[in-house]
Design a binder for this molecule. Sequence first.
Ligand code: SF4
Ligand code: SF4
Length: 84
Amino acid sequence: MIEIREDWCKGCDVCIDRCPVDALEKSDILNKRGVRPPKLKKINKCNYCRLCELLCPDMAITVIAEDKKEEVNKKLLRPVGGRK
Ligand code: SF4
Ligand code: SF4
């Protein structure tokens, strides 16, 4: 799963240019900054290497490996200040 905070993107295309498996492309929408943020291609070979997340200068991308998705969702659903 790749989460893109579309309005944080400044359209530098670093993520698209550097993805080792060419999994990203520009989306069709314009964000608040007037640029087209990236999206995963319909057919892609994303291997969750996180390079796009690490290189994005605006921290607009979060990569969550498929096997960690459930774990992350549980954490997000935990009430603030709640116990495990
Ligand atoms: S996680 Fe890696 S393979 Fe997937 S889109 Fe980002 S750079 Fe490409
Ligand atoms: S690297 Fe970040 S700021 Fe640059 S195009 Fe990708 S998401 Fe947007």
